[in-house]
Design a protein around this ligand. Structure first.
Ligand SMILES: O=C(O)[C@H](O)[C@@H](O)[C@H](O)[C@H](O)COP(=O)(O)O
Length: 261
């Protein structure tokens, strides 16, 4: 049985407001982690939705608010392409964010999409083990994991009916995605669920029906992998625009709560 968690969704009237809320979540969580633990380890997703948030983080006031020198930035997933490729999550993030902020290069932990998938996955797992000083079978606890969701219900690079959904012990895997005829590198869902704070950023009418199925429909994670994200903290945060949230129970004063059992 899946872990029971409380999904707290906040609905914003525009994509710009959603991006602003996501940037504030990034800054606030980073500052809390640095205050309490001396550093912040954050894993971000790619795709298109986070781009506006990244641009906001690269400008004032967030540029000054974020403790860049104390952040270790990781990716949730990456396409198996070089970092110069138009499909590269790293490329998008570098253009929108990294090339504009004082985040030390050695604290930017890129997934090496240009390598053979399994090699890239095991090298990234080693990078994480070193950065988190993990021993034995320990797994990392990220301070913040920012996720997106595809219109097929996938998150990270955990796509419907793929083998990656069955991986319980590794931190990073290469996941073959037959429906895209491609390989992806991705964090595994148990690692994502261990995040201190796990948040989805979801926008647009293309996500309306699938988000309703994920949050209010029967539990079928092989079909809707986003359902497998049930954080150990007991709380799942969702930042949504009105279009994505259109088929969810109406939010009161902009915020709704769903008990996912
Ligand atoms: O590599 C990726 O594509 C992402 O990490 C992926 O999980 C993304 O979050 C969803 O596909 C949503 O993508 P959009 O934001 O483009 O809708």
């Amino acid at each position: 049985m899946p872990r029971a968690v409380t999904a707290i969704y906040t609905v914003f009237s525009t994509a710009a407001a959603t991006a602003e809320a996501a940037a504030k979540l990034f800054a606030d969580t980073a500052n809390e982690a640095v205050t309490n633990r001396g550093r912040a380890r954050i894993a971000i997703s790619g795709g298109s939705t986070p781009k506006n948030m990244f641009k906001l983080l690269a400008a004032e006031p967030f540029l000054s608010e974020v403790p860049w020198a104390k952040i270790d930035l990781f990716w949730v997933d990456e396409r198996c392409v070089p970092p110069t490729d138009a499909d590269s999550n790293y490329k998008m993030t570098n253009e929108a964010l990294l090339s504009h902020v004082p985040l030390p290069a050695e604290q930017i932990h890129r997934m090496e999409g240009e390598l053979e998938p399994e090699v890239a996955a095991s090298r990234y797992e080693s990078q994480i083990r070193i950065a988190f000083r993990l021993e034995g079978a320990e797994t990392p606890t990220f301070d913040l994991i920012l996720l997106g969701m595809g219109d097929d219900g996938h998150t990270a690079s955990l796509f419907p009916h793929t083998e990656g959904l069955d991986e319980l012990s590794r931190i990073v895997i290469a996941n073959h995605v037959p429906q895209k005829d491609t390989w992806r590198i991705t964090l595994t869902w148990p690692v994502i669920n261990q995040g201190r704070k796990v948040a989805f950023l979801i926008e647009g009418a293309a996500k309306t029906d699938v988000l309703a199925a994920v949050l209010t429909g029967p539990y079928q994670p092989d079909t809707y992998p986003s359902q497998i994200i049930r954080p150990a903290s007991g709380k799942l945060t969702l930042l949504l625009d009105t279009a994505a949230a259109a088929k969810l129970p109406p939010a009161v004063d902009g915020t709704g709560t769903l008990n996912l059992s």
